[in-house]
Design a protein around this ligand. Sequence first.
Ligand code: NAI
Ligand code: MG
Length: 356
Amino acid sequence: RTFRIAAIPADGVGPEVVAAGRTVLDALAARSGGAFAFDWTEFPWGCGYYEKTGLMMPEDGLDELADYDALYFGAVGWPSVPDHVSLWGLRLRICQNFDQWANVRPVRFHPGVVSPLRAADSTELDWVVVRENSEGEYAGLGGRNLAGRGPGNEVALQTALFTERGCERILRFAFDLARTRSEQKVSSVTKSNAQQYGMVLWDELFARVAPDYPDVATESVLVDAMSAKFVLHPEDLSVVVASNLNADILSDLGSALAGSLGLAASANLNPERRFPSMFEPVHGSAPDIAGRGVANPIGALGSAALMLDHFDLPAEAARLRAALDATTAAGVLTPDVGGSAGTDDVVGAVLDHLAG
Ligand code: NAI
Ligand code: MG
Protein backbone atom coordinates (compact mmCIF):
# COMPACT_ATOMS: atom_id res chain seq x y z
CA ARG A 1 0.00 0.00 0.00
CA THR A 2 1.17 3.52 -0.74
CA PHE A 3 0.75 6.07 2.02
CA ARG A 4 0.34 9.65 0.85
CA ILE A 5 2.09 12.03 3.21
CA ALA A 6 2.02 15.83 3.19
CA ALA A 7 5.34 17.20 4.46
CA ILE A 8 5.26 20.67 5.97
CA PRO A 9 8.88 21.43 6.96
CA ALA A 10 8.19 25.14 7.73
CA ASP A 11 10.85 27.09 9.62
CA GLY A 12 14.32 26.99 11.15
CA VAL A 13 15.49 23.42 11.74
CA GLY A 14 12.12 22.12 10.51
CA PRO A 15 13.35 21.47 6.94
CA GLU A 16 16.53 19.80 8.25
CA VAL A 17 14.71 17.29 10.45
CA VAL A 18 11.88 16.66 7.98
CA ALA A 19 14.45 15.82 5.30
CA ALA A 20 15.99 13.35 7.76
CA GLY A 21 12.61 11.73 8.34
CA ARG A 22 11.85 11.43 4.64
CA THR A 23 15.20 9.79 3.95
CA VAL A 24 14.78 7.24 6.73
CA LEU A 25 11.15 6.41 5.92
CA ASP A 26 11.98 5.97 2.23
CA ALA A 27 14.81 3.62 3.20
CA LEU A 28 12.37 1.55 5.28
CA ALA A 29 9.96 1.41 2.36
CA ALA A 30 12.73 0.42 -0.06
CA ARG A 31 13.59 -2.63 2.02
CA SER A 32 9.94 -3.66 2.50
CA GLY A 33 10.03 -5.48 -0.84
CA GLY A 34 7.08 -3.47 -2.14
CA ALA A 35 4.88 -4.14 0.90
CA PHE A 36 4.47 -0.40 1.41
CA ALA A 37 5.67 2.88 -0.05
CA PHE A 38 5.44 6.57 0.72
CA ASP A 39 4.28 9.21 -1.72
CA TRP A 40 5.40 12.63 -0.50
CA THR A 41 4.11 16.09 -1.30
CA GLU A 42 5.97 19.02 0.23
CA PHE A 43 4.18 22.26 1.11
CA PRO A 44 6.40 25.37 1.32
CA TRP A 45 4.42 27.07 4.07
CA GLY A 46 5.70 28.92 7.12
CA CYS A 47 7.33 32.24 7.95
CA GLY A 48 9.07 32.57 4.56
CA TYR A 49 5.71 32.11 2.85
CA TYR A 50 4.25 34.71 5.24
CA GLU A 51 6.85 37.29 4.26
CA LYS A 52 5.80 36.86 0.62
CA THR A 53 2.03 36.55 1.00
CA GLY A 54 1.00 37.82 4.44
CA LEU A 55 -0.34 34.35 5.23
CA MET A 56 1.31 31.36 6.91
CA MET A 57 -0.54 29.02 4.54
CA PRO A 58 -3.03 29.62 1.71
CA GLU A 59 -6.66 30.33 2.58
CA ASP A 60 -7.66 26.96 1.12
CA GLY A 61 -4.59 25.16 2.49
CA LEU A 62 -6.63 22.90 4.75
CA ASP A 63 -8.54 21.60 1.72
CA GLU A 64 -5.22 20.77 0.09
CA LEU A 65 -4.22 18.68 3.12
CA ALA A 66 -7.51 16.98 3.88
CA ASP A 67 -7.06 13.84 1.78
CA TYR A 68 -3.56 12.84 2.86
CA ASP A 69 -2.99 9.76 4.99
CA ALA A 70 -0.85 11.82 7.38
CA LEU A 71 0.92 15.13 7.82
CA TYR A 72 4.63 15.23 8.69
CA PHE A 73 5.47 18.58 10.24
CA GLY A 74 8.80 20.25 11.05
CA ALA A 75 8.51 23.32 13.26
CA VAL A 76 7.05 26.77 12.92
CA GLY A 77 8.41 30.15 14.05
CA TRP A 78 11.01 32.69 13.00
CA PRO A 79 12.06 35.97 14.64
CA SER A 80 10.68 38.01 11.71
CA VAL A 81 7.07 37.00 12.50
CA PRO A 82 5.40 37.31 15.93
CA ASP A 83 5.21 33.80 17.43
CA HIS A 84 1.48 33.92 18.11
CA VAL A 85 0.88 34.83 14.45
CA SER A 86 3.03 32.01 13.08
CA LEU A 87 1.78 29.37 15.52
CA TRP A 88 -1.91 30.18 15.09
CA GLY A 89 -1.53 30.69 11.35
CA LEU A 90 -0.16 27.24 10.64
CA ARG A 91 0.27 24.61 13.34
CA LEU A 92 -2.68 25.45 15.56
CA ARG A 93 -4.87 26.09 12.53
CA ILE A 94 -4.19 22.55 11.33
CA CYS A 95 -4.58 20.95 14.78
CA GLN A 96 -7.86 22.71 15.49
CA ASN A 97 -9.51 22.35 12.09
CA PHE A 98 -8.53 18.70 11.71
CA ASP A 99 -9.77 18.02 15.24
CA GLN A 100 -6.45 16.53 16.32
CA TRP A 101 -7.63 16.50 19.88
CA ALA A 102 -5.17 13.98 21.29
CA ASN A 103 -1.50 14.89 21.39
CA VAL A 104 0.64 11.93 22.39
CA ARG A 105 4.15 12.74 23.62
CA PRO A 106 6.20 9.77 24.79
CA VAL A 107 9.06 10.49 27.18
CA ARG A 108 11.68 8.02 26.03
CA PHE A 109 15.18 7.66 27.39
CA HIS A 110 17.85 6.81 24.86
CA PRO A 111 20.84 4.57 25.49
CA GLY A 112 24.09 6.51 25.31
CA VAL A 113 22.43 9.83 26.17
CA VAL A 114 23.14 11.01 29.69
CA SER A 115 19.97 12.22 31.37
CA PRO A 116 20.23 15.00 33.95
CA LEU A 117 17.79 12.92 35.95
CA ARG A 118 20.34 10.35 36.97
CA ALA A 119 23.97 9.92 36.18
CA ALA A 120 23.23 6.23 35.74
CA ASP A 121 21.46 4.70 32.77
CA SER A 122 17.81 5.72 32.78
CA THR A 123 16.73 3.71 29.80
CA GLU A 124 14.35 1.64 31.87
CA LEU A 125 12.20 4.75 32.28
CA ASP A 126 9.47 5.54 29.85
CA TRP A 127 6.17 7.29 30.20
CA VAL A 128 3.85 9.17 27.93
CA VAL A 129 2.23 12.57 28.24
CA VAL A 130 -1.26 12.77 26.75
CA ARG A 131 -2.14 16.36 25.99
CA GLU A 132 -5.64 17.67 25.43
CA ASN A 133 -5.07 19.39 22.11
CA SER A 134 -8.28 21.17 21.16
CA GLU A 135 -9.40 23.43 23.97
CA GLY A 136 -8.26 24.27 27.50
CA GLU A 137 -5.91 27.21 27.85
CA TYR A 138 -5.23 27.30 24.08
CA ALA A 139 -8.85 27.72 23.02
CA GLY A 140 -7.99 31.17 21.71
CA LEU A 141 -10.70 32.89 23.73
CA GLY A 142 -10.22 36.37 25.08
CA GLY A 143 -9.34 39.82 23.93
CA ARG A 144 -7.21 42.92 24.36
CA ASN A 145 -8.06 46.52 25.22
CA LEU A 146 -11.05 45.45 27.24
CA ALA A 147 -13.35 47.95 28.92
CA GLY A 148 -12.00 50.65 26.64
CA ARG A 149 -8.75 50.75 28.52
CA GLY A 150 -5.93 51.60 26.17
CA PRO A 151 -2.13 51.57 26.27
CA GLY A 152 -0.68 52.17 29.70
CA ASN A 153 -3.76 50.79 31.40
CA GLU A 154 -4.57 47.84 29.22
CA VAL A 155 -6.66 44.89 30.33
CA ALA A 156 -6.33 41.55 28.48
CA LEU A 157 -8.34 38.41 29.08
CA GLN A 158 -7.26 34.87 28.18
CA THR A 159 -9.93 32.32 28.94
CA ALA A 160 -9.57 28.57 29.18
CA LEU A 161 -12.36 26.40 27.81
CA PHE A 162 -13.24 23.03 29.31
CA THR A 163 -16.11 21.06 27.82
CA GLU A 164 -17.49 17.84 29.20
CA ARG A 165 -17.10 16.22 25.78
CA GLY A 166 -13.54 17.48 25.33
CA CYS A 167 -12.37 16.39 28.78
CA GLU A 168 -14.11 13.03 28.74
CA ARG A 169 -12.74 11.97 25.37
CA ILE A 170 -9.12 12.78 26.27
CA LEU A 171 -9.47 11.00 29.64
CA ARG A 172 -10.88 7.88 27.96
CA PHE A 173 -8.10 8.09 25.38
CA ALA A 174 -5.56 8.07 28.23
CA PHE A 175 -7.19 5.02 29.84
CA ASP A 176 -7.29 3.15 26.54
CA LEU A 177 -3.62 3.94 26.00
CA ALA A 178 -2.75 2.77 29.52
CA ARG A 179 -4.30 -0.60 28.74
CA THR A 180 -1.77 -1.11 25.94
CA ARG A 181 1.20 -0.52 28.27
CA SER A 182 3.01 -2.80 30.67
CA GLU A 183 2.18 -0.53 33.63
CA GLN A 184 -1.53 0.17 33.54
CA LYS A 185 -1.82 3.48 35.29
CA VAL A 186 -3.21 6.94 34.50
CA SER A 187 -2.09 10.07 36.33
CA SER A 188 -4.48 12.97 35.78
CA VAL A 189 -3.00 16.45 36.21
CA THR A 190 -4.85 19.69 36.98
CA LYS A 191 -4.56 22.77 39.14
CA SER A 192 -8.05 22.45 40.51
CA ASN A 193 -7.26 23.96 43.88
CA ALA A 194 -6.58 27.33 42.25
CA GLN A 195 -8.67 27.05 39.07
CA GLN A 196 -12.05 26.16 40.45
CA TYR A 197 -14.24 25.76 37.36
CA GLY A 198 -12.75 23.99 34.36
CA MET A 199 -10.17 22.02 36.30
CA VAL A 200 -12.75 20.84 38.83
CA LEU A 201 -14.95 19.66 35.95
CA TRP A 202 -11.91 17.74 34.64
CA ASP A 203 -11.30 16.14 38.05
CA GLU A 204 -14.94 15.13 38.38
CA LEU A 205 -14.96 13.57 34.93
CA PHE A 206 -11.77 11.68 35.75
CA ALA A 207 -13.45 10.21 38.83
CA ARG A 208 -16.55 9.38 36.77
CA VAL A 209 -14.67 7.68 33.93
CA ALA A 210 -12.17 5.71 36.04
CA PRO A 211 -14.63 2.97 37.20
CA ASP A 212 -15.07 1.96 33.53
CA TYR A 213 -11.40 0.90 33.64
CA PRO A 214 -11.15 -1.09 36.90
CA ASP A 215 -7.93 -2.73 35.69
CA VAL A 216 -6.14 0.64 35.42
CA ALA A 217 -4.63 2.31 38.49
CA THR A 218 -5.30 6.04 38.89
CA GLU A 219 -4.01 9.09 40.66
CA SER A 220 -4.97 12.75 40.51
CA VAL A 221 -2.04 15.14 41.00
CA LEU A 222 -1.70 18.92 40.94
CA VAL A 223 0.56 20.19 38.19
CA ASP A 224 3.15 21.74 40.46
CA ALA A 225 3.49 18.47 42.37
CA MET A 226 3.61 16.55 39.10
CA SER A 227 6.52 18.64 37.84
CA ALA A 228 8.42 17.63 40.98
CA LYS A 229 7.37 14.02 40.50
CA PHE A 230 8.77 14.00 36.96
CA VAL A 231 12.17 14.71 38.48
CA LEU A 232 11.99 12.77 41.74
CA HIS A 233 9.80 9.71 41.03
CA PRO A 234 9.52 9.18 37.28
CA GLU A 235 9.40 5.42 37.85
CA ASP A 236 5.82 5.93 39.19
CA LEU A 237 4.58 7.24 35.84
CA SER A 238 2.99 5.47 32.90
CA VAL A 239 0.32 7.66 31.23
CA VAL A 240 0.10 11.29 32.33
CA VAL A 241 -2.96 13.15 31.01
CA ALA A 242 -3.27 16.92 31.28
CA SER A 243 -4.78 20.02 29.73
CA ASN A 244 -3.26 21.77 26.73
CA LEU A 245 -0.95 24.18 28.59
CA ASN A 246 -0.01 21.92 31.48
CA ALA A 247 0.84 19.01 29.20
CA ASP A 248 2.79 21.30 26.88
CA ILE A 249 5.02 22.34 29.77
CA LEU A 250 5.28 18.86 31.30
CA SER A 251 6.26 17.28 27.99
CA ASP A 252 9.10 19.77 27.47
CA LEU A 253 10.26 18.95 31.00
CA GLY A 254 10.06 15.25 30.17
CA SER A 255 12.14 15.63 27.02
CA ALA A 256 14.72 17.74 28.84
CA LEU A 257 14.95 15.03 31.51
CA ALA A 258 15.54 12.48 28.75
CA GLY A 259 18.48 14.63 27.65
CA SER A 260 17.29 17.18 25.08
CA LEU A 261 14.25 18.78 23.54
CA GLY A 262 15.65 17.49 20.25
CA LEU A 263 14.87 13.87 21.23
CA ALA A 264 11.14 14.13 21.84
CA ALA A 265 8.50 12.87 19.41
CA SER A 266 4.80 13.62 19.18
CA ALA A 267 1.61 12.70 17.37
CA ASN A 268 -1.38 15.03 16.99
CA LEU A 269 -4.15 12.52 16.49
CA ASN A 270 -7.67 12.72 15.17
CA PRO A 271 -8.62 9.36 16.69
CA GLU A 272 -11.83 9.10 14.65
CA ARG A 273 -9.68 9.31 11.49
CA ARG A 274 -12.06 11.74 9.84
CA PHE A 275 -9.10 14.05 9.20
CA PRO A 276 -5.39 13.39 8.77
CA SER A 277 -3.27 13.20 11.92
CA MET A 278 -0.01 15.14 12.19
CA PHE A 279 3.37 13.89 13.36
CA GLU A 280 6.05 16.33 14.51
CA PRO A 281 8.97 16.66 16.89
CA VAL A 282 8.10 18.40 20.16
CA HIS A 283 10.79 21.04 19.69
CA GLY A 284 10.38 24.37 17.91
CA SER A 285 12.31 25.89 15.02
CA ALA A 286 15.51 26.40 17.06
CA PRO A 287 16.62 29.60 15.27
CA ASP A 288 19.85 29.57 17.31
CA ILE A 289 21.13 26.47 15.49
CA ALA A 290 19.14 26.55 12.22
CA GLY A 291 21.03 26.10 8.97
CA ARG A 292 24.16 24.68 10.60
CA GLY A 293 23.45 21.01 10.01
CA VAL A 294 23.56 20.14 13.72
CA ALA A 295 19.87 19.77 14.56
CA ASN A 296 19.11 16.56 16.41
CA PRO A 297 16.83 14.53 14.12
CA ILE A 298 15.91 11.92 16.76
CA GLY A 299 12.68 13.73 17.75
CA ALA A 300 11.55 13.93 14.14
CA LEU A 301 12.55 10.30 13.53
CA GLY A 302 10.69 9.17 16.64
CA SER A 303 7.69 11.06 15.27
CA ALA A 304 8.09 9.10 12.04
CA ALA A 305 7.92 5.93 14.16
CA LEU A 306 4.65 7.16 15.67
CA MET A 307 3.40 7.70 12.10
CA LEU A 308 4.29 4.09 11.28
CA ASP A 309 2.26 2.99 14.32
CA HIS A 310 -0.61 5.07 12.97
CA PHE A 311 -0.27 3.33 9.58
CA ASP A 312 -0.59 0.04 11.43
CA LEU A 313 3.02 -0.94 10.74
CA PRO A 314 4.14 -1.70 14.32
CA ALA A 315 7.01 -3.97 13.31
CA GLU A 316 8.43 -1.20 11.13
CA ALA A 317 8.00 1.32 13.95
CA ALA A 318 9.87 -1.02 16.31
CA ARG A 319 12.61 -1.52 13.72
CA LEU A 320 13.05 2.24 13.42
CA ARG A 321 13.12 2.77 17.20
CA ALA A 322 15.72 0.02 17.54
CA ALA A 323 17.86 1.77 14.91
CA LEU A 324 17.55 5.07 16.80
CA ASP A 325 18.61 3.36 20.03
CA ALA A 326 21.53 1.64 18.33
CA THR A 327 22.64 5.00 16.90
CA THR A 328 22.65 6.84 20.22
CA ALA A 329 24.14 3.84 22.03
CA ALA A 330 27.04 3.91 19.55
CA GLY A 331 27.69 7.54 20.54
CA VAL A 332 26.56 9.14 17.27
CA LEU A 333 25.17 12.21 19.02
CA THR A 334 24.48 15.81 18.03
CA PRO A 335 25.88 18.68 20.17
CA ASP A 336 22.66 19.15 22.19
CA VAL A 337 23.27 15.72 23.73
CA GLY A 338 27.00 16.19 24.17
CA GLY A 339 28.30 14.85 20.86
CA SER A 340 29.86 16.34 17.77
CA ALA A 341 27.89 14.56 15.04
CA GLY A 342 25.84 16.45 12.48
CA THR A 343 22.27 15.72 11.45
CA ASP A 344 23.53 13.79 8.41
CA ASP A 345 25.87 11.66 10.55
CA VAL A 346 22.93 10.58 12.70
CA VAL A 347 20.82 9.82 9.63
CA GLY A 348 23.72 7.84 8.12
CA ALA A 349 24.08 5.77 11.28
CA VAL A 350 20.34 5.10 11.43
CA LEU A 351 20.39 3.96 7.79
CA ASP A 352 23.35 1.67 8.54
CA HIS A 353 21.47 0.06 11.45
CA LEU A 354 18.35 -0.37 9.32
CA ALA A 355 20.41 -2.05 6.62
CA GLY A 356 22.36 -4.25 9.07
P1 NAI B 1 12.94 25.55 20.52
O1 NAI B 1 12.40 24.20 20.82
O2 NAI B 1 12.97 25.94 19.10
O3 NAI B 1 14.42 25.67 21.09
C1 NAI B 1 14.70 25.56 22.49
C2 NAI B 1 16.15 25.11 22.67
O4 NAI B 1 16.25 23.74 22.27
C3 NAI B 1 17.12 25.88 21.78
O5 NAI B 1 18.33 26.07 22.48
C4 NAI B 1 17.33 24.95 20.61
O6 NAI B 1 18.59 25.10 19.98
C5 NAI B 1 17.19 23.57 21.24
N1 NAI B 1 16.65 22.62 20.27
C6 NAI B 1 15.38 22.55 19.81
N2 NAI B 1 15.27 21.59 18.89
C7 NAI B 1 16.50 21.04 18.74
C8 NAI B 1 17.01 20.02 17.92
N3 NAI B 1 16.27 19.32 17.05
N4 NAI B 1 18.34 19.73 18.03
C9 NAI B 1 19.11 20.38 18.89
N5 NAI B 1 18.67 21.36 19.70
C10 NAI B 1 17.37 21.69 19.62
O7 NAI B 1 12.06 26.58 21.37
P2 NAI B 1 12.09 28.19 21.39
O8 NAI B 1 13.49 28.66 21.24
O9 NAI B 1 11.31 28.57 22.57
O10 NAI B 1 11.24 28.64 20.13
C11 NAI B 1 11.80 28.92 18.86
C12 NAI B 1 10.66 29.10 17.87
O11 NAI B 1 9.95 27.86 17.72
C13 NAI B 1 9.63 30.13 18.31
O12 NAI B 1 9.24 30.83 17.15
C14 NAI B 1 8.48 29.28 18.83
O13 NAI B 1 7.22 29.92 18.71
C15 NAI B 1 8.56 28.09 17.93
N6 NAI B 1 7.98 26.85 18.48
C16 NAI B 1 7.33 26.03 17.58
C17 NAI B 1 6.85 24.81 17.97
C18 NAI B 1 6.22 23.93 16.95
O14 NAI B 1 6.31 24.18 15.77
N7 NAI B 1 5.59 22.84 17.34
C19 NAI B 1 6.97 24.35 19.37
C20 NAI B 1 7.73 25.25 20.20
C21 NAI B 1 8.19 26.46 19.76
MG1 MG C 1 5.89 23.10 23.66
